[in-house]
Design a protein around this ligand. Structure first.
Ligand code: PHE
Length: 340
């Protein structure tokens, strides 16, 4: 066999093998090409090697050298193709990608229903001229009780009704000085201590009471406290604000009523109810701020008067959305939470 012919044959082999390997769309096709060109028994490279026997002796060194180069080129082309397929590139079109499949949906997060309610209550009260104040959830007994006219022997201070913080190691006669606040009325004191009248604030946040959880009780819940102190603030202002608030949040068909009640920090005191869907529902306590409280924070009860109220946030949210069990809010079950 003439050398020239043999070299052409090898050249042709490299060209064909390269295009066969790079056309392979998957591993099976590549394997078929490998057997065709590099197969140890009947591969085309093997056949070319056999042809070398017919080359004239003086041409043999060159034929051998070129054959080796050809073999290396074909093997390199094969390696390249198998790396391409292994890294997911199936050729020009990715055979694993189906453009007709539906996309995977994202789960969009949302605000907790109580957070949403709080935002809405702030908005309504903001339009009535109330700004937002804040206070700590761990309180001292002065802000939770004493300054609110709740003396030491008052049943509201009972350890069974409050989450006092441990005094272990401080001695038997040491009364607890700190607790998880049981009401947001603490913020009334904190605001009045630091702000001269007039004040018109609301404060929304968590309160804590050791109640057993059931459909309407939970050991932690939220209150909205309201406080308006100025010259000549009256009980009718209180009723107007609560009525406007109730109709804004629950709808124009809601009416409210006051029932006489008692709180140490208001005089007179009332329970406020709203009427909706054929029943009266209690939505919080309220009253005119007791002169003792005004004096305690350095206000002059002869010059200013005011009202305060404290409403349960969960209760409002439950009524609004038809939620029948307060525990649902705190189970963290996405199927419940994603409905809001
Ligand atoms: N702090 C009272 C409670 O938690 C509610 C209240 C607030 C009553 C303000 C009167 C005035 O029950």
């Amino acid at each position: 066999m003439a050398l020239q012919e043999f070299l052409q044959e090898l050249d042709q082999l490299v060209t064909e093998a390269k295009s066969s390997f790079s056309d392979a769309a998957d591993m099976d096709a590549l394997e078929a090409s490998r057997i065709e060109f590099l197969g140890a028994k009947n591969g085309r490279l093997k056949s070319a090697q056999k042809m070398m026997g017919g080359i004239d002796k003086p041409d043999k060194p060159e034929a051998g050298k070129t054959f080796n180069a050809t073999k290396q080129a074909i093997e390199a082309a094969f390696e390249e193709a198998s790396e391409r397929l292994a890294s997911g590139g199936g050729g020009d079109v990715d055979s694993t990608f189906d453009a007709s499949l539906p996309g995977s949906a994202f789960r969009i997060g949302r605000l907790h229903p109580i957070t949403q309610t709080i935002e809405e209550l702030k908005d309504i009260m903001g339009r009535l001229g109330f700004s937002v104040a804040d206070g700590p959830e761990i309180e001292d007994i002065r802000h939770n009780f004493e300054a609110l006219n709740i003396p030491n022997e008052h049943p509201a201070r009972d350890p069974l009704d409050n989450f006092y913080l441990a005094t272990a190691g401080l001695g038997d006669d040491v009364l607890p000085q700190w607790l998880m606040r049981s009401q947001t009325s603490t913020v009334q004191i904190r605001v009045m201590e630091t702000t001269p009248p007039p004040v018109r604030i609301i404060s929304l946040g968590r309160v804590y009471r050791p109640d057993t959880a059931d459909a309407t009780h939970y050991p932690m819940f939220h209150q909205m406290e309201g406080l308006w102190i100025d010259e000549n603030v009256t009980m009718s202002d209180l009723k107007t604000v609560l009525r406007l608030f109730a109709t804004s949040y629950l709808g124009g068909d809601v009416s409210i009523r006051f029932r006489p009640s008692f709180f140490p920090f208001t005089e007179p005191s009332v329970e406020a109810d709203y009427y909706w869907n054929d029943q009266w529902i209690e939505f919080g306590g309220a009253g005119m701020v007791d002169p003792n409280v005004l004096k305690e924070v350095g206000y002059d009860p002869e010059e200013v008067t005011g009202f305060a109220f404290g409403l349960g946030v969960e209760r409002l949210c439950m009524r609004r959305h038809g939620v029948t069990d307060i525990r649902e809010f705190y189970k963290n079950d996405v199927r419940f939470l994603e409905q809001f």
